[in-house]
Design a protein around this ligand. Structure first.
Ligand SMILES: [Zn+2]
Length: 181
C-alpha cells in the first residue's frame, strides 16, 4: 500500500479531487432545484436588461463547455497516467516520465482554465453591469450565479439582467439571493 501511494500519489490525488468536485457541483445544483413558485413583475417593467433568456443560456453553455473541456482534460491526464503506470514491466524512467507528462498536462489544462476564463467571460459580456460580478460560477458553497440569474432574472446585487417574461414558469425574484436592505 505504501509503495502504491508513493508511486501513484499524483494520479490518486487528481482522481480524488475530480470526484469531490463532481459531487460538490451536483449538490449545489440539487440545492437550487427545489423551490416553491415565486411571483414576478410584468414583462418590461424592470427597465432595459442586458440579456434575453435564451441568449443568456446559450452564452452560459459556451462557458460551461469550456469548463468541462479543461476539467475533462485534467481527469483524462490522470487516468492515462494511472493506466500507463498499471502496465507491468515499465522501467523506472518510463514511469517517472509518464507521471511528469501527466502532471504537466494536467497543470496546463488548469492554467488554460484559470487564464482563459476571464477573456471568455468578457468576450461574451457575462459580467453584471451594476456590480461587475462574473455571471457564471461563484464560490463553491453557493448556488452558481448563472442558476440565480436564470431563475430569478436578477444578479445577487438585485440588478435585473433578464426580462421577467423570459424566466421559466414559477420562477421570479428570490429574496434569498438578494442583499439585505
Ligand atoms: Zn450585480
Amino acid at each position: 500500500m505504501q509503495t502504491f501511494l508513493e508511486r501513484y500519489w499524483f494520479a490518486v490525488a487528481l482522481s480524488i479531487g475530480a470526484v469531490i468536485w463532481a459531487w460538490r457541483t451536483r449538490r449545489r445544483v440539487r440545492a437550487a432545484a427545489h423551490a416553491p413558485p415565486r411571483p414576478r413583475p410584468p414583462s418590461g417593467s424592470v427597465g432595459p436588461v442586458p440579456f434575453r433568456g435564451a441568449d443568456f443560456a446559450a452564452k452560459v453553455a459556451i462557458v460551461q463547455r469550456f469548463h468541462s473541456k479543461a476539467i475533462g482534460a485534467m481527469i483524462a491526464f490522470s487516468f492515462v497516467s494511472l493506466g500507463l503506470l498499471a502496465v507491468p514491466g515499465l522501467s523506472h524512467a518510463t514511469r517517472a516520465a509518464t507521471v511528469l507528462a501527466a502532471a504537466v498536462g494536467a497543470f496546463g489544462s488548469f492554467l488554460a482554465l484559470a487564464i482563459g476564463e476571464g477573456p471568455l467571460l468578457r468576450r461574451l459580456g457575462l459580467y453584471c453591469p451594476q456590480c461587475g460580478t462574473p455571471l457564471v460560477g461563484g464560490s463553491d458553497d453557493r448556488v452558481p450565479t448563472e442558476v440565480v440569474v436564470c431563475e430569478t432574472g436578477q444578479c445577487r446585487c438585485s440588478a435585473w439582467l433578464l426580462d421577467p417574461a423570459d424566466l421559466p414558469s414559477g420562477q421570479g425574484p428570490d429574496e434569498r439571493y438578494l442583499p439585505l436592505s
